[in-house]
Write a protein that binds this ligand. Structure first.
Ligand code: DAV
Length: 261
Protein backbone atom coordinates (compact mmCIF):
# COMPACT_ATOMS: atom_id res chain seq x y z
CA UNK A 1 0.00 0.00 0.00
CA UNK A 2 2.54 2.58 1.12
CA UNK A 3 5.39 0.74 2.83
CA UNK A 4 5.56 3.72 5.17
CA UNK A 5 5.28 1.88 8.44
CA UNK A 6 7.77 -0.90 9.12
CA UNK A 7 6.12 -1.49 12.52
CA UNK A 8 3.13 -3.02 10.72
CA UNK A 9 5.22 -5.51 8.77
CA UNK A 10 8.17 -6.47 10.96
CA UNK A 11 8.33 -7.86 14.47
CA UNK A 12 11.80 -8.15 15.96
CA UNK A 13 11.98 -10.69 18.77
CA UNK A 14 15.46 -11.31 20.15
CA UNK A 15 17.74 -11.92 17.17
CA UNK A 16 14.83 -12.81 14.89
CA UNK A 17 13.07 -10.61 12.33
CA UNK A 18 9.57 -11.91 11.60
CA UNK A 19 7.74 -10.71 8.49
CA UNK A 20 3.99 -10.54 9.18
CA UNK A 21 1.54 -12.13 6.71
CA UNK A 22 -0.69 -9.00 6.77
CA UNK A 23 -4.45 -9.09 6.21
CA UNK A 24 -5.20 -6.40 3.66
CA UNK A 25 -4.75 -7.42 0.05
CA UNK A 26 -3.31 -3.95 -0.63
CA UNK A 27 -0.48 -4.71 1.78
CA UNK A 28 0.44 -8.25 0.69
CA UNK A 29 3.62 -7.18 -1.13
CA UNK A 30 4.76 -4.51 1.29
CA UNK A 31 7.48 -6.73 2.79
CA UNK A 32 9.40 -6.26 -0.46
CA UNK A 33 10.26 -2.68 0.49
CA UNK A 34 12.28 -4.00 3.45
CA UNK A 35 14.03 -6.96 1.79
CA UNK A 36 17.31 -5.14 1.07
CA UNK A 37 17.57 -4.21 4.72
CA UNK A 38 16.45 -7.61 5.99
CA UNK A 39 18.99 -9.42 3.80
CA UNK A 40 21.68 -7.14 5.19
CA UNK A 41 20.70 -8.03 8.77
CA UNK A 42 20.56 -11.71 7.77
CA UNK A 43 24.12 -11.55 6.41
CA UNK A 44 25.16 -10.04 9.73
CA UNK A 45 23.67 -12.93 11.71
CA UNK A 46 19.97 -12.18 12.24
CA UNK A 47 17.42 -14.98 12.12
CA UNK A 48 14.84 -14.30 9.39
CA UNK A 49 11.33 -15.73 9.33
CA UNK A 50 8.38 -15.20 7.04
CA UNK A 51 5.03 -16.19 8.53
CA UNK A 52 2.73 -18.23 6.23
CA UNK A 53 1.48 -16.09 3.37
CA UNK A 54 -2.33 -15.91 3.38
CA UNK A 55 -4.35 -16.77 0.30
CA UNK A 56 -6.58 -13.74 1.00
CA UNK A 57 -9.56 -15.17 -0.79
CA UNK A 58 -13.04 -13.81 0.06
CA UNK A 59 -13.21 -16.47 2.80
CA UNK A 60 -10.76 -14.46 4.92
CA UNK A 61 -13.24 -11.57 5.14
CA UNK A 62 -16.73 -11.22 6.59
CA UNK A 63 -18.43 -9.65 3.61
CA UNK A 64 -21.42 -8.70 5.80
CA UNK A 65 -19.31 -6.92 8.40
CA UNK A 66 -21.22 -3.80 9.59
CA UNK A 67 -18.72 -1.16 8.56
CA UNK A 68 -21.24 1.68 8.93
CA UNK A 69 -22.47 0.97 12.45
CA UNK A 70 -20.18 1.57 15.44
CA UNK A 71 -22.77 -0.03 17.76
CA UNK A 72 -22.89 -3.24 15.73
CA UNK A 73 -19.10 -3.35 15.48
CA UNK A 74 -18.80 -2.90 19.25
CA UNK A 75 -21.24 -5.81 19.82
CA UNK A 76 -19.19 -8.03 17.50
CA UNK A 77 -15.91 -6.90 19.09
CA UNK A 78 -17.13 -8.15 22.49
CA UNK A 79 -17.66 -11.55 20.83
CA UNK A 80 -14.14 -11.41 19.37
CA UNK A 81 -15.50 -10.98 15.83
CA UNK A 82 -14.02 -8.59 13.31
CA UNK A 83 -13.87 -8.10 9.56
CA UNK A 84 -11.33 -10.90 9.16
CA UNK A 85 -12.54 -14.48 9.67
CA UNK A 86 -10.58 -17.49 10.95
CA UNK A 87 -10.16 -19.01 7.49
CA UNK A 88 -6.36 -18.93 7.73
CA UNK A 89 -3.79 -17.20 9.96
CA UNK A 90 -3.27 -13.49 9.44
CA UNK A 91 -1.70 -10.73 11.49
CA UNK A 92 -0.01 -7.37 11.30
CA UNK A 93 3.13 -7.02 13.41
CA UNK A 94 1.77 -3.81 14.99
CA UNK A 95 -0.86 -5.75 16.95
CA UNK A 96 1.94 -7.15 19.13
CA UNK A 97 3.57 -5.29 22.03
CA UNK A 98 6.74 -6.72 23.55
CA UNK A 99 7.75 -6.71 27.21
CA UNK A 100 10.78 -8.95 27.55
CA UNK A 101 9.68 -12.60 27.78
CA UNK A 102 6.03 -11.57 27.58
CA UNK A 103 4.38 -10.43 24.38
CA UNK A 104 0.86 -8.98 24.30
CA UNK A 105 -1.39 -9.17 21.28
CA UNK A 106 -4.96 -8.16 20.41
CA UNK A 107 -7.45 -9.83 18.09
CA UNK A 108 -8.15 -6.97 15.70
CA UNK A 109 -9.50 -6.19 12.25
CA UNK A 110 -6.22 -7.48 10.81
CA UNK A 111 -4.99 -10.05 13.35
CA UNK A 112 -7.05 -13.20 13.86
CA UNK A 113 -6.90 -15.94 16.50
CA UNK A 114 -5.21 -18.34 14.09
CA UNK A 115 -2.49 -15.78 13.46
CA UNK A 116 -2.06 -15.35 17.21
CA UNK A 117 -1.86 -19.15 17.62
CA UNK A 118 0.79 -19.37 14.88
CA UNK A 119 2.88 -16.79 16.74
CA UNK A 120 2.28 -18.46 20.11
CA UNK A 121 3.67 -21.78 18.87
CA UNK A 122 6.47 -20.09 16.97
CA UNK A 123 7.70 -18.10 19.97
CA UNK A 124 7.20 -20.74 22.71
CA UNK A 125 8.74 -21.63 25.08
CA UNK A 126 11.12 -18.67 25.36
CA UNK A 127 8.35 -16.11 24.91
CA UNK A 128 4.86 -16.17 26.40
CA UNK A 129 2.14 -14.72 24.24
CA UNK A 130 -0.90 -13.19 25.97
CA UNK A 131 -4.07 -12.18 24.16
CA UNK A 132 -5.56 -9.02 25.62
CA UNK A 133 -8.57 -6.98 24.53
CA UNK A 134 -9.88 -3.46 24.79
CA UNK A 135 -13.19 -1.67 24.61
CA UNK A 136 -12.67 -0.69 20.99
CA UNK A 137 -15.10 -1.25 18.09
CA UNK A 138 -12.32 -0.89 15.54
CA UNK A 139 -9.02 -2.29 16.81
CA UNK A 140 -6.18 -2.18 14.34
CA UNK A 141 -2.65 -2.06 15.74
CA UNK A 142 -2.15 -1.88 19.48
CA UNK A 143 0.24 1.06 19.70
CA UNK A 144 -2.24 3.94 19.97
CA UNK A 145 -4.19 1.91 22.55
CA UNK A 146 -1.63 0.28 24.83
CA UNK A 147 1.95 1.42 24.42
CA UNK A 148 4.59 0.01 26.77
CA UNK A 149 7.16 2.75 27.34
CA UNK A 150 9.52 1.23 29.90
CA UNK A 151 10.00 -1.57 32.42
CA UNK A 152 6.71 -1.79 34.29
CA UNK A 153 5.35 1.33 32.61
CA UNK A 154 2.53 1.48 30.07
CA UNK A 155 0.53 4.22 28.39
CA UNK A 156 -3.09 3.05 28.39
CA UNK A 157 -5.63 4.89 26.24
CA UNK A 158 -8.38 6.07 28.65
CA UNK A 159 -11.04 5.78 25.91
CA UNK A 160 -10.15 2.14 25.16
CA UNK A 161 -9.85 0.44 28.55
CA UNK A 162 -8.01 -2.88 28.70
CA UNK A 163 -10.16 -5.81 29.85
CA UNK A 164 -7.16 -7.56 31.40
CA UNK A 165 -5.51 -4.60 33.15
CA UNK A 166 -5.28 -6.65 36.37
CA UNK A 167 -2.41 -8.68 34.85
CA UNK A 168 -0.38 -5.48 34.87
CA UNK A 169 -1.64 -4.16 38.19
CA UNK A 170 -0.84 -7.45 39.93
CA UNK A 171 2.68 -7.35 38.52
CA UNK A 172 3.11 -3.88 40.03
CA UNK A 173 3.14 -1.97 36.75
CA UNK A 174 2.43 1.75 36.57
CA UNK A 175 -0.50 2.42 34.22
CA UNK A 176 -0.48 5.93 32.85
CA UNK A 177 -3.47 7.50 31.10
CA UNK A 178 -2.23 10.02 28.56
CA UNK A 179 -4.06 13.36 28.31
CA UNK A 180 -6.56 14.00 25.52
CA UNK A 181 -4.87 14.66 22.19
CA UNK A 182 -4.52 18.28 21.08
CA UNK A 183 -4.66 17.60 17.35
CA UNK A 184 -7.04 20.08 15.68
CA UNK A 185 -10.28 18.73 14.22
CA UNK A 186 -9.39 19.86 10.71
CA UNK A 187 -6.17 17.84 10.52
CA UNK A 188 -6.69 15.13 7.87
CA UNK A 189 -6.75 11.63 9.39
CA UNK A 190 -7.53 8.82 6.97
CA UNK A 191 -6.39 5.74 8.85
CA UNK A 192 -6.00 6.53 12.51
CA UNK A 193 -7.31 8.61 15.35
CA UNK A 194 -6.07 11.59 17.31
CA UNK A 195 -4.71 9.10 19.83
CA UNK A 196 -1.68 8.80 17.61
CA UNK A 197 -0.46 11.37 20.15
CA UNK A 198 0.47 8.40 22.39
CA UNK A 199 2.12 6.51 19.50
CA UNK A 200 5.53 7.65 20.72
CA UNK A 201 8.95 6.11 20.25
CA UNK A 202 11.14 5.47 23.28
CA UNK A 203 14.81 5.88 22.33
CA UNK A 204 15.66 4.40 25.72
CA UNK A 205 14.07 4.42 29.17
CA UNK A 206 14.62 8.13 29.61
CA UNK A 207 14.09 9.67 26.16
CA UNK A 208 10.94 9.81 24.05
CA UNK A 209 10.17 11.17 20.60
CA UNK A 210 6.86 12.98 20.79
CA UNK A 211 4.76 15.21 18.53
CA UNK A 212 5.90 18.84 18.72
CA UNK A 213 2.53 20.47 19.43
CA UNK A 214 1.22 17.82 21.88
CA UNK A 215 2.33 19.91 24.85
CA UNK A 216 0.16 18.18 27.46
CA UNK A 217 1.59 14.70 26.83
CA UNK A 218 5.06 16.28 26.83
CA UNK A 219 4.38 17.58 30.36
CA UNK A 220 3.18 14.12 31.36
CA UNK A 221 6.47 12.59 30.18
CA UNK A 222 8.60 15.25 31.90
CA UNK A 223 6.75 14.51 35.17
CA UNK A 224 7.66 10.83 34.71
CA UNK A 225 11.32 11.88 34.42
CA UNK A 226 11.42 11.20 30.67
CA UNK A 227 13.11 13.75 28.42
CA UNK A 228 10.99 14.70 25.41
CA UNK A 229 12.43 15.10 21.95
CA UNK A 230 9.88 17.19 20.12
CA UNK A 231 9.51 16.58 16.41
CA UNK A 232 6.72 17.50 14.02
CA UNK A 233 5.28 14.36 12.42
CA UNK A 234 1.70 15.60 11.89
CA UNK A 235 1.91 15.15 8.09
CA UNK A 236 2.61 11.46 8.73
CA UNK A 237 -0.30 11.12 11.17
CA UNK A 238 -2.63 11.58 8.20
CA UNK A 239 -1.54 8.20 6.81
CA UNK A 240 -2.39 6.51 10.11
CA UNK A 241 0.79 6.43 12.15
CA UNK A 242 3.14 8.36 14.35
CA UNK A 243 6.67 7.75 15.67
CA UNK A 244 6.06 4.17 16.83
CA UNK A 245 4.36 3.09 13.59
CA UNK A 246 6.88 4.80 11.35
CA UNK A 247 9.86 3.06 12.97
CA UNK A 248 11.01 -0.44 13.86
CA UNK A 249 13.71 -1.02 16.42
CA UNK A 250 16.15 -3.68 15.27
CA UNK A 251 19.06 -3.64 17.72
CA UNK A 252 18.96 -3.29 21.43
CA UNK A 253 21.49 -3.25 24.26
CA UNK A 254 20.87 -5.31 27.40
CA UNK A 255 19.49 -8.78 27.92
CA UNK A 256 16.16 -10.58 27.88
CA UNK A 257 14.19 -9.82 31.04
CA UNK A 258 10.97 -10.96 32.62
CA UNK A 259 8.66 -8.28 33.96
CA UNK A 260 5.90 -10.58 35.21
CA UNK A 261 7.55 -13.08 37.57
O1 DAV B 1 -5.84 5.46 16.21
O2 DAV B 1 -5.54 3.50 16.97
C1 DAV B 1 -3.41 2.99 15.30
C2 DAV B 1 -2.22 2.92 14.38
C3 DAV B 1 -2.50 2.41 13.05
N1 DAV B 1 -1.29 2.10 12.33
C4 DAV B 1 -5.31 4.39 16.14
C5 DAV B 1 -4.31 4.16 15.04
Amino acid sequence: MYAAMPRDILLVVGNEIIEAPMAWRARFFEYRAYRTLIKDYFLRGAKWTTAPKPQMSDKLYDLDYPIHSVEDRQKLAVLGKFVTTEFEPCFDAADFMRAGRDIFVQRSQVTNYLGIEWMRRHLAPTYRLHTISFKDPNPMHIDATFNIIGPGLVLANPQRPCNQIDIFKKAGWTIVAPPSPLMPDDHPLWMGSKWLSMNVLMLDEKRVMVQKNETTIQKMFEKLGIKTIKVNISHANSLGGSFHCWTCDIRRRGSLQSYFD
